[in-house]
Design a protein around this ligand. Sequence first.
Ligand code: FES
Ligand SMILES: [Fe+2]
Length: 452
Amino acid sequence: MKFDYETGIVVNPQAPADSLEAKQPYIDNGTGTRGKDCYFSREAMQQEWERLWPRAWLIAGVSSDAPAVGDYFLFDIGSEAIIVARTEAGLKAHYNVCPHRGSRLVRAERGSRARFICPFHSWKFDLEGKLLAVTDRETFREEVICHEPGLTSLACEEHAGIVFVSMRDDPPPLVAWLGLPEGYLEAYRIDQMKVVRHVRTEWAANWKVGVEAFYETYHLHAVHPETRGVMADLRVQCDLYANGASRMIVPIGQMTPRIADQDSLNDGLRMMLASVGLDPAAFEGRAGDVRPAIQQAKRARAAERGVDYSDFVDGQLTDSWATGIFPNVQIGCHPEGVFLMRFLPHETDPERFWYDTMTLIAPCDHPDYKVPDWMGLPEGTDTSGRVRPLCEVYTAGQDGNLGMVLDQDAGLLPVVQRGMRSRGFKHQLWSEQEQRLRHFHAELARYLDGAK
Ligand code: FES
Ligand SMILES: [Fe+2]
């Protein structure tokens, strides 16, 4: 079968051209690659530290983690540590460092404070970062502290329930910088969602290897063969947006085209039917009818379950809209909840990264509502949204309790990282199923080359 990469795969040919579902025009990022040094070398890591991380908008967290004045959370990236605090004037971000002798100011990952008190010599700062008190002030010569040293602040903005910070003095306007169409993230009402699980694991690979693996479905058949019955890995619509953003629509409730028999139901599809109240034994359609049947069933029972799908097209009721925000984020978007995944560079080692994933759900008090099983929350997870769980941190090699699919990725990515080191490997060769990788790297190059 000939594959026309400029047309690509279109999940819903009926989608209006101006809708969020519509296939975006192809962006030609060429066929070259940048070589492989950027995955190992300390120079490349340092270059990213000079040209990328301090120049991008970065996702520091979510608005619902600091809903009231005084609430704060921490965001660490590399050797930078940042406090995001809710003040009377909105969210503010400060470097989490005391101007006196450089101690970290706050250690608990989140909480609520009327002011910040340094653990070293008890200097006090308000939520805005202003210096409130110097302990034993009279013992300082006035010229040392007469400039009233407060916390160093950085740009902080909220958009669609997500909190962004930038270390740049003059960051570009956030919403345009994100590159996503207007209303794209807003539709999910992430501002009303709550974090019900937060896991951070250390993986033995460069952070870009993480981004790349999550930006394509090409590896599903080999690494995650269990998904073949319910995920149409080859029928994935890839969309490239401005500024390195991208999206893939992965049809779910539809088997991979790699299976010869496209008509017979399988256990995965039967389970999906049952999960929306349809009796698989009584289902008369063929396998290809399951996905639309699930969409219709969800819509039909929405009102009685207390959920509102009116802002979503049918495809969003089943499929994963995996949305990439440059440089290091992918959001798995669903009306019932989102998976916010950040690929954070390791502090010192270019061959390690932190995979940080928050599961947010739209809390629903309706007695008949149940958080869908596919969200993968462990038994006993509190889904009320009333208690914000602590971040669970695992180091490399430990069972990260991430679930089968992610454990499969966690097992493989170090193998890729090690393999790429070989002199027998020159550079990556990307298919058009991997066009999001190329798009990401094209934007990254603009930063590293100084064009952005
Ligand atoms: S380092 Fe903070 S008060 Fe001394
Ligand atoms: Fe994977």
